[in-house]
Design a protein. Sequence first.
Length: 169
Amino acid sequence: MFLIDADHGQFYVQDVEPYDAWMAEHAMDPGLPPAGWTEEAVHVHRIGVEPHSISVGTARDDMVESLIAIHASRPTTEPTAEHVVEADLAAPTGQLTISSPGVHPEDGPIMTVPAGLLRARVSYIPSGPPAVDTNGGPGGHFLYRIDLWPTDEARGLVVLRQGPNPWGG
């Protein structure tokens, strides 16, 4: 488990090298929303998806707890999760960084994962405040659990359990 500064109510899980290469080519494309944050992503999915990147929307603009677990195959769904969504995450280098608008990729946690296409399940699990000082701002406390496992078939984004709306702040 780790703490991340979810600056602007989000943090990123990315394979940075291919993501940066994709951004160099597509960042100025007016047809693409920043960090995959479409209207539906904000209000329904709670995650933004781009090639080699998932942006996890958080209920707080604050330090939040997260857990990333790597599995050999699809794990069971966390029964206490309020909201659960799955998406594909291409990780060709097998190196994922965790960062946010306030945490540079080189300063955040880095983890080795199976190189290739992964399935990512993001679960929003209600919890208490972290054991560190936070800014005390509005919004619920959640553990943002991200389960990853290798897959050979892209399936796109799927909401497995829809949490209440509105949910943050």
